[in-house]
Design a binder for this molecule. Structure first.
Ligand code: APR
Length: 235
């Protein structure tokens, strides 16, 4: 194995074949909804019911029984088990398909559909049912600001220090199923490459950064990801 530290960044494309819509593809979520209506702190202040409803639908689809981890999620979990070196998995996805496939330490840079928080005191909690902002917070007792613990546009992404340390450490950076449209995640491959890591993109269609990777392989995640990571273990 030529690499001792592998960093993987996943985006909505890895969950597309599990039946979860991406954001920017044709028929993606941002075609049917305005980001300004459902994915900013201002939109929550303006219409918390609409915003919670949007994420309630996503959560109930995720937990409804029709959505399962696919071969790409499973391949990454297997790689984590079989690779002897340092492995960091960062996902922009708010689903739990990496965990359901067996990944034990995925860092959710944009939060999770299965966590909520109080907009006043920031106290977090697990949530598997529909959320209503009107409930009261069990920590600060204020009501009216219960929201999904999802990083909206204009908010600070999660686990930044841990992620940046891992980008600095890695000697192989693999980006899977992301359009590379949203920063800081979109900038990590550049940083890794500048620091000497090999960078590879596995994506269905060219992303905004395809030309900047050492190698860009196009195809569906369920084919490319198992192939790539099984091959890597044999090297
Ligand atoms: N296999 C591999 N890649 C795929 C597949 C597939 N089956 N289907 C789609 N893709 C690719 C698309 O070609 C596209 O480049 O996945 C990418 C999805 O891009 P986006 O919809 O922009 O999703 P993502 O990059 O994860 O978005 C980043 O934007 O709105 C925010 O917070 C949201 O985390 C999200 C962030």
């Amino acid at each position: 194995m030529p690499y001792s530290s592998v960093f993987v960044l996943t985006g909505a494309g890895i969950s597309a074949e599990s039946g979860i819509k991406t954001f920017r593809d044709k028929d993606g979520l941002w075609e049917g909804h305005s980001i300004l209506d459902v994915a900013t702190p201002e939109s929550f202040q303006r219409n918390p019911t609409l915003v919670n409803e949007f994420y309630n639908q996503r959560r109930s689809q995720l937990l409804g029984g029709d959505v399962h981890p696919n071969l790409a999620h499973i391949a990454l979990a297997e790689f984590e088990t079989n690779f002897n070196g340092d492995f960091v998995l960062v996902t922009q996805n708010v689903d739990n398909l990496h965990e359901r496939a067996g990944s034990t330490a995925a860092l959710h840079i944009h939060g999770s559909l299965l966590h909520g928080k109080c907009g006043y005191c920031e106290q977090g909690f697990d949530i598997i049912k529909d959320m209503d902002h009107q409930g009261s917070c069990s920590t600060c007792n204020k009501s009216g600001a219960l929201r999904p613990d999802i990083v909206w546009f204009g908010e600070m992404p999660k686990h930044m220090q841990k992620i940046e340390e891992a980008v600095y450490r890695c000697d192989l950076f693999v980006s899977i199923g992301t359009s590379a449209a949203v920063y800081p995640a979109a900038g990590y491959s550049d940083l890794a490459r500048q620091l000497g890591a090999k960078t590879v993109e596995l994506n269905l269609a060219p992303s905004e950064k395809s030309g900047d990777f050492d190698k860009s392989i196009l195809g569906p995640a369920t084919q490319l990801v198992p192939q790539f990571f099984q091959e890597l273990l044999k090297q």
